[in-house]
Design a protein around this ligand. Structure first.
Ligand code: SF4
Ligand code: SF4
Length: 72
């Protein structure tokens, strides 16, 4: 199952905690803002409670969710 890591740039204050924390190096800074590479995410979900601005969300790709539900 693949996921999409989403950062709300309106909320993000560039504290860099997610960049330092993420074990899969999903987060980086480019042109003065956080950018993500969702393909690297190992779905540990640790970044969500970590972010002091509640700016991070992780979305399951709809197509994958359909596959997941069919398998159940
Ligand atoms: S932890 Fe949250 S506020 Fe800090 S840089 Fe990452 S997304 Fe932005
Ligand atoms: S869920 Fe884990 S691996 Fe994925 S972006 Fe967050 S901290 Fe990184």
């Amino acid at each position: 199952m693949s996921v999409r890591v989403l950062v709300d740039l309106e909320k993000c204050n560039l504290c860099m905690l997610c960049v330092e924390y993420c074990p899969a190096y999903v987060f980086s800074v480019s042109s003065g803002r956080i950018t993500v590479d969702s393909s690297k995410c190992i779905e540990c979900y640790g970044c969500i409670p970590l972010c002091p601005r509640s700016a991070i969300r992780i979305a399951v790709e709809p197509g994958d969710l359909t596959v997941f539900l069919k398998e159940k």
